[in-house]
Design a protein around this ligand. Structure first.
Ligand code: PMP
Length: 422
């Protein structure tokens, strides 16, 4: 696949096999041009929550196209965006009272960082430092790369990345080191915000940490007047077992970023929610205090209609029960790998399961990742390990039989790898 008119993301064109052309989707399946079904065990990069092409969401999109296309979103507004903002505020952690729209998880985080700095700037007490957790991932734009883990992915862009304070990841038994590092950074009085993936670092290897660490970090931030930005782009919409992961820690962030499952995965849309305090710091007769951010497709009405339909699905269907069922099934399937030496660690965070394949050496670029992908592809499964971390994050409607098929393939792949035959 050396030459291609399309330049695909995260794709080494010189090495990857030919792209598989998908001609349709249904429930938990992608269907390719040969009519083969592929189980989408990672919800197409974590966006599909209720299954592909949920009828309620598709119908809402169809209806919206009869009335809307893009409408400029300054000076003019529309009902889908207004209704969605009210709907989001109703279900979000308490205190979040305003919704700023954008188009992707990365932009939701960029907006959050700008809101945080804007808050202090406009309050006349500017702050300059951003704290993050080691191993974090927040997107691939310059700002979000700056906040994310540094490494091979962003080495070329290092000259453009800004400095952040990296707190050590709260490894089991070493949680206090994280809290101490944050306390120390905050003591400078210059920390605008802690940007953090609540409970679970996704692209950084599905690494989880206790909810108590998150609630302690929130307490420290509060004490020092620093803001907590929860990047719930991955963890939101039920993935950890609750609607938002922050609920598990019983905390409300000052800013919350959401995307992916916001439209059930049907259309690109993102929202950054913030408190009245942050919004009001931007209210002034001085136009210089305006929140200077927009993108052309901000609050696309059709995407907003899809997100409203997603809220309706959550209200009208037993989504919570489906999630509970999936959580129980993941636990049962994972149990067969407990104490299995082929895996260094096996863990579950709500609906998400992760298994670290034991490898002699590795990291993200280890050959085992593409080898595993190729194996799963042959088995009709879309599973994209993060290096040696094999994870399953399926849509909530996945059947036990399909889930079992994914685990059987993981079992077989681990044995083949162990025998040097993958
Ligand atoms: N934050 C987190 C926690 C994510 O997992 C992702 C995407 N995987 C992003 C931000 C970026 O989202 P997007 O790819 O939609 O820009």
């Amino acid at each position: 696949m050396k030459s291609s008119a399309v330049w695909y993301p995260f794709t080494q064109h010189a090495l990857e096999p030919a792209m598989r052309r998908i001609v349709g989707t249904e429930g938990v399946y992608l269907v390719d041009e040969d009519g083969a079904s592929i189980l989408d065990a990672i919800s197409s990069w974590w966006v599909i929550t209720h299954g592909h092409r949920h009828p309620t969401i598709m119908e809402a999109i169809r209806r919206a196209t009869e009335t809307y296309d893009q409408i400029i979103f300054a000076e003019y507004t529309h009902a889908p965006a207004e209704d969605l903002a009210r709907g989001l505020i109703e279900i979000a952690p308490p205190g979040l009272a305003h919704v700023f729209y954008s188009d992707s998880g990365s932009t939701a985080v960029e907006v959050a960082l700008k809101m945080a700095l804007g808050f202090f700037h406009n309050s006349g007490q500017p702050r300059s430092r951003i704290c993050v957790l080691e191993h974090g991932y927040h997107g691939d734009t310059i700002g979000t790369m700056s906040a994310g883990e540094r490494g091979v992915f962003n080495a070329a862009y290092a000259p453009l990345l800004f400095a952040v304070d990296r707190l050590p990841f709260p490894e089991p038994g070493r949680e206090q080191a994280t809290l101490d590092a944050f306390e120390q950074a905050c003591a400078s009085g210059d920390v605008a915000a802690l940007l953090i993936e609540p409970l679970l670092l996704g692209a950084g290897g599905m690494k989880s940490y206790p909810a108590s660490v998150l609630s302690e970090l929130k307490r420290i931030a509060e004490r020092h007047g620093s803001l907590l930005i929860a990047d719930e782009v991955m963890t939101g919409w039920g993935r950890t077992g609750r609607l938002f992961a922050c609920e598990q820690a019983g905390i409300a962030p000052d800013i919350l970023c959401t995307s992916k499952g916001l439209t059930g995965g049907a259309l690109p849309l993102a929202a950054t929610l913030c408190t009245s305090e942050i919004f009001e710091a931007h209210l002034s007769v001085d136009r210089r205090k305006t929140f200077f951010h927009s993108s052309s497709y901000t609050a696309n009405p059709i995407a907003c209609a899809a997100a409203l339909a997603n809220l309706a699905v959550w209200r009208q269907e037993p989504v919570g029960a489906r999630i509970e069922t999936l959580v129980a099934r993941q636990r049962r399937h994972l149990a067969r790998f407990a104490d299995d030496p082929r895996f260094g660690d096996v863990r579950q965070i709500g609906t998400i399961a992760a298994l670290d394949l034991t490898v002699p050496s590795g990291g993200y670029l280890a050959e085992v990742g593409p080898q595993l992908r190729a194996f799963f592809r042959k088995r009709g499964l879309l599973i994209r390990p993060l290096g040696n971390v094999i994870y399953l994050m399926p849509p909530y409607c996945v059947t036990d039989a399909d889930l079992g098929r994914a685990y059987d393939a993981i079992d077989e792949a681990a044995s083949l790898f162990g025998a040097g035959q993958l």
